[in-house]
Design a protein around this ligand. Structure first.
Ligand code: DX5
Ligand code: ZN
Length: 221
């Protein structure tokens, strides 16, 4: 059985009391903190930067922080995020002039590196970099906002990505982001994903523990 990771997206957390909310979701059983960074340029929304990541570390958050960069250009913010306590940094290939160099920069800064593919970006874009990445993140919504509906065509892309990873016996985490909830998480797992971002489905629920426990049991059925 794959090692399934549930990664709540801070996008739907309460930013006025972020440390407490992230701490609560981790106490409730989440594995990873998914940290969405938007620049109002690569995507039409604006969130937070390295200072807030550092603040979470200072608050005492010790879980893995998975930084999803939806910014362009990306390179200049990689060392600041690594210094702020990021463990994983992923970016969209469209946002880098030299994808291999950006991946190398992330690793030089001591983080795991990943590529993110939008729903309309073909899987082929990631193929030349498969031996360089630790995480492949497939978007199941168009990036920019939480609370959107899962795009069903993503399931096929997940299956193809899983086949590629397994064929080459690579140890890449296959992460899926957008619209994941209790109704579809088992389909996403059955297609081959092993890391699940969920923002609104977790943070908008009244009882984080109940939701995460139900998600985990949907994954293991
Ligand atoms: C979208 C972000 C996602 C999103 C997930 O641009 O990358 O992480 O916030 O939120 P939900 O689970 O609500 O779709
Ligand atoms: Zn994200």
């Amino acid at each position: 059985m794959p090692d399934y990771l549930i990664a709540p997206s801070i996008l739907s957390a309460d930013f006025a009391r972020l440390g407490e909310d992230v701490s609560n979701v981790l106490d409730a059983g989440a594995d990873v903190v998914h940290f969405d960074v938007m620049d109002n340029h690569f995507v039409p929304n604006l969130t937070v930067g390295p200072m807030v990541c550092k603040s979470l570390r200072n608050y005492g958050i010790s879980a893995v922080i998975d930084v999803h960069l939806m910014i362009e250009p990306v390179d200049a913010l990689i060392p600041p995020f690594a210094n702020a306590g990021a463990d994983i940094i992923t970016f969209h290939p469209e946002a880098s002039q030299d994808v291999a160099a950006t991946l190398a920069l992330i690793k030089e800064n001591g983080c795991k590196a990943g590529l993110v593919l939008n729903p309309s970006t073909p899987l082929e874009q990631a193929i030349p970099f498969l031996t360089q990445i630790d995480v492949l993140l497939l978007m199941s919504v168009n990036p920019g906002f939480g609370g959107q509906s899962f795009i069903p065509a993503t399931l096929d892309k997940i299956r193809q990505a899983r086949a590629l990873i397994d064929k080459q016996q690579l140890s890449i985490k296959l992460e899926v982001d957008g619209g994941i909830n209790l109704d579809n998480i088992s389909d996403v797992a059955a297609a081959g994903a092993d890391m699940f971002v969920a923002g609104s489905a977790i943070f908008a629920s009244k009882d984080y523990r109940k939701t995460i426990t139900q998600m985990r049991s949907a994954l293991t059925q």
